[in-house]
Structure formats: structure tokens, C-alpha cells
Design a binder for this molecule. Structure first.
Ligand SMILES: *Cc1c(COP(=O)(O)O)cnc(C)c1O
Length: 481
């Protein structure tokens, strides 16, 4: 058998196993989550033996995948309500296969022209959704001034780091050579994702340089008090490097009011970064995009395709209003990669931490192109509407409390009782395996948290969840009176 025959057979085995896994999960057979101990799992999967001896093909591959999938979290299960990772559009998973097989490390154009072209198209589509003008690909190596640009990275965390690096380059252009000045600060909503603080550490500002922006109790940035905050920092001799706004925030799913925030930043020449990792996908919907009103006034935006666009992980975009900011963000030389050359395409390597770069644009592109953008818009709208309906239902249930009116597909709620009760409820739910939810801290308390990612989840699942939680609540009455 040639390599191609073996590949055909093994790929068919894998596709068959995955289709079965999805069908079983959608039918609620098997727990949404099951966590055997790591050591046991390593034995079951015979990992060491397979590494030593090989032979993972055919029937052994089939058996291995059965064990592997049995210990895999089932995103296709309607009880999957925990995290913000997409139930991927199946065609997007096909893109992962295509990319894995071709292995075109496309950060330089010659290593993957098709992949680079797809990435440019996905980026340009996102830029247009924001309301920015993308440089036409024909002159992207020497673009018009003031055109927007971007790059895809492995996840929103790396994307936030990249955007904030570009922001640092604007206020401290010599930081790349000389190190970070010690008076830079980042002003971020207290509800910002932890990757913002991590970026401050990585960029040499230190996490203490992340200052809490004035916000309401739910962590929504307060534009009226932002100006005073920025001016006071400047009076103290500090340099606000960037303001970070959420669209939407991770825990409660709330959108910051971008337009007045952007106007305040503009008036002071301060970089506005919008973390839209989760919520920028609302831009696809005519009905929902007003939640991001004013986003075009930002300097940078992060947008994950593997959350609400249905892309297989990972695919996140760093988008900047002026592409020069991103092109200047990384300034070192590698003579074997970076040299003046005459080529029919564009190198992305100048815009990203990554060197060998996967063709992740193909995953986002396949997710979009499977049903077109109207299908994606319908999905985002459906999940957002489901969250509103779920919140209304939860609020109506005696003994249940909802944190805030949802603005995305994220719902936080709790049952009457202490924080420890919420953690116990979650542990019991997860042990049962019919539902998988997360928790979050917000408004000074611990909440059960639903991220309604699965288009197969409906109100009957919410009803069943309420019933199960009520039953567990009764069972733990002795522990939590
Ligand atoms: C999910 C999320 C991130 C992190 O993105 P990853 O792709 O998980 O690295 C950053 N910011 C916000 C607001 C998020 O919701």
C-alpha cells in the first residue's frame, strides 16, 4: 500500500469515528464531559507502547480513536454550555485536515500562496465588517497610507499581545531596542480578559501597569469618568499606552460603550484597543452590530473566529486601523527570511510572533464559505436570542437569580446560597455528565455561567438544566441549608 492509500483509509476511519461521535453527542448519548485520571488514560490509550512500537493504522487506529473520543469533551452535545469554543462548522474541521496535510508554513508568501491569499481575504472581510478600508492585495507590500491591515494568530491571547505590542510601538517607538519605559500604563476595564494583564507582563510593563478603568458594578467601562482617569494618570507623569475595552467581556458577556470611549481616547491621542475576541462576531448581524457602535474609531481590534464564527481552533485576528502600526511592531531581522524581493504576493511574517505559521485562515474561510455570512449571522442571532430566553426563564424560577440581562450568548446565574453552593452545584452537574457549565466571578460573587455555543441547544435543555439543578439543590440541603 502506498502512502496515499494508507492515508485514504486512515482518514476514512477518522471521519467515520468523528461522524459517529458527533451523532452520539447530538443524541445526548454519553456524557458531555468525562474525566478519567490522566495516568489511567495514558494506559488505556497505550501511548508509550505506540510511541515505542508504532503501528497506529487501520483497526488499531479505529480502536485508539474510540478510546480517545470516549475521553473527549463533547462540544456537539446539547448540554455543552460551558466555554466559548465553537462547535465547529464541520467543513472548518476539513480545513484543519487540509492544512495539516499540506503543511504550508505560509508566513512568507512563497511557502503557501493559496493559504496567504485566503488569509488576506478573511482579514479584508473582517476589516470591512468593522468599517475600515483594507489595502487592496495588489499593493499590499507598499500600501496606501491609512489603510487597515491585520494578521491571524493562534488565539485571542496572542492577538491581544500583538495588538498591545503595536500600541507600545506607537507611544514608545524605541522600546523595541531599548526596552519598555517605566511610565507606560494600560487602562483596562476591570472585566478585561486575563490575557491583557499577561500581555503587560510579557511586554515588560509589568502587570501592575494595568490600571482599572472606571466602570459600573458589572465591570462595564464608564465613558463619563474615563477622561478624568486618563488625565489624572498623565498629571502623575504616567503615559497611558492604550485603553482596552471589551466587546464583549468574558465573564458576563457585556459590551462596553465603544463610541464615547473612542471619542475620549481620540481627543487625547490614546490608542484604543477593542477586545472583541468573543463578541466581534455580532458585526456580521445587521440587528446585533449596533452593540459595537463606534468600533471603527478604535486603533486595534481582536476577533476570534473559533468562538462565534464556527471556526475550528485556533484562529484569531489582530486588526489595526492603520496597517503601518502592525508592520512596525516587529522590527528584527532574519536575513534568510526577510530580504528585498520581487514577488507576486505578501509576507505576513512581519506582523506576527509566529515564524512557522499554519494556514489558519482556511479554517475561518471554510466556516464562512460553508453557508455564507448570512448563515453565520443567523447562528449568532439564534444563540443571542437563546441567551435572552434562558435568562428570562431562569429569572422566573424561584430560588434562582440572574446576574445581568445578557447582551451576548453568555448567561450568569446562581441559586440562593453562598458561593460554595454554586461550586458544589457545578461539580455535581459535571460529575453527572448531562450538562457542562462553567462559573465566573462577577459583581463580587460566584455565578454559574452558560456560554450557549451549540446551535443544537434549545429551551428544553434549559428546562432540563433547571430541573437538574433544583434536584441537586434539594440533595445538598443539609450541607447548604
Ligand atoms: C476568549 C477571550 C480571549 C482569549 O482568547 P483565546 O482565543 O482563548 O486565547 C480574550 N479576550 C476575550 C474577551 C475573550 O472572551
Amino acid at each position: 500500500m502506498g502512502i496515499d492509500d494508507r492515508f485514504r483509509d486512515d482518514a476514512a476511519i477518522a471521519v467515520d469515528a468523528l461522524a459517529g461521535f458527533a451523532a452520539q453527542s447530538a443524541g445526548r448519548a454519553g456524557p458531555v464531559i468525562r474525566q478519567p485520571a490522566l495516568g489511567d488514560l495514558a494506559c488505556i490509550l497505550a501511548l508509550d507502547r505506540l510511541i515505542a512500537e508504532g503501528g497506529l493504522t487501520g483497526d488499531r487506529l479505529r480502536a485508539f480513536l474510540a478510546d480517545y473520543l470516549a475521553a473527549s469533551t463533547r462540544l456537539h452535545h446539547p448540554g455543552y454550555m460551558a466555554h466559548q469554543v465553537a462547535v465547529p462548522q464541520p467543513l472548518s474541521a476539513v480545513a484543519a485536515l487540509v492544512d495539516g496535510f499540506c503543511n504550508n508554513a505560509m508566513a512568507i508568501y512563497e511557502m503557501g500562496p493559496a493559504a496567504a491569499t485566503v488569509e488576506f481575504a478573511v482579514i479584508a472581510w473582517m476589516l470591512r465588517k468593522i468599517g475600515w478600508r483594507a489595502a487592496p492585495p495588489t499593493n499590499a507590500q507598499a500600501p496606501e497610507a491609512g489603510t487597515a491591515g491585520g494578521v491571524l494568530t493562534h488565539g485571542g491571547s496572542l492577538a491581544n499581545l500583538t495588538a498591545l505590542l503595536a500600541a507600545r510601538g506607537r507611544v514608545a517607538p524605541r522600546a523595541w531596542e531599548n526596552g519598555t519605559p517605566d511610565n507606560l500604563v494600560i487602562v483596562a476595564s476591570p472585566a478585561a480578559h486575563y490575557s491583557v494583564a499577561r500581555a503587560a507582563g510579557l511586554l515588560g510593563l509589568g502587570q501592575k501597569a494595568v490600571r482599572a478603568a472606571p466602570a459600573d458594578a458589572a465591570g462595564r467601562l464608564d465613558p463619563d469618568r474615563l477622561a478624568g482617569c486618563l488625565d489624572r494618570l498623565r498629571d502623575d507623569g504616567l503615559v497611558p499606552m492604550a485603553v482596552v475595552a471589551n466587546a464583549c467581556a468574558t465573564a458576563l458577556g457585556l459590551y462596553d460603550p465603544l463610541r464615547p470611549i473612542a471619542e475620549t481616547c481620540r481627543a487625547r491621542g490614546i490608542w484604543l484597543h477593542v477586545d472583541g475576541a468573543h463578541g466581534a462576531s455580532a458585526l456580521v448581524s445587521q440587528r446585533l452590530r449596533r452593540k459595537l457602535d463606534g468600533i471603527a474609531l478604535a486603533d486595534s481590534v481582536v476577533w476570534d473566529a473559533h468562538k462565534m464564527l464556527g471556526s475550528a481552533t485556533l484562529c484569531a485576528a489582530v486588526l489595526v486601523r492603520d496597517r503601518a502600526d502592525l508592520d512596525h511592531a516587529f522590527r528584527e531581522e532574519a536575513s534568510y527570511l526577510f530580504h528585498d524581493k520581487d514577488q507576486p504576493g505578501i509576507d505576513l511574517i512581519h506582523r506576527t510572533v509566529e515564524c512557522t505559521k499554519a494556514a489558519i485562515g482556511l479554517k475561518a474561510f471554510f466556516a464562512l464559505a460553508a453557508g455564507g455570512e448570512s448563515a453565520v449571522a443567523a447562528m449568532v442571532e439564534r444563540q443571542t436570542d437563546l441567551a435572552a430566553a434562558a435568562a428570562a426563564r431562569l429569572r422566573a424560577e424561584p430560588g434562582f437569580e440572574v446576574a445581568v440581562e445578557p447582551e451576548s450568548n453568555i448567561v450568569c446565574f446562581r441559586l440562593d446560597g453562598p458561593d460554595a453552593l454554586q461550586m458544589t452545584l457545578r461539580r455535581r452537574l459535571v460529575d453527572d455528565g448531562a450538562f457542562y457549565v462553567s462559573t465566573a466571578e462577577a459583581l463580587g460573587r460566584r455565578w454559574l455561567r452558560l456560554a450557549l455555543m451549540n446551535p443544537a441547544t434549545g429551551m428544553p435543555d434549559v428546562e432540563a438544566l433547571i430541573a437538574r439543578l433544583s434536584a441537586i439543590r434539594a440533595e445538598v440541603r443539609a450541607e447548604f441549608p
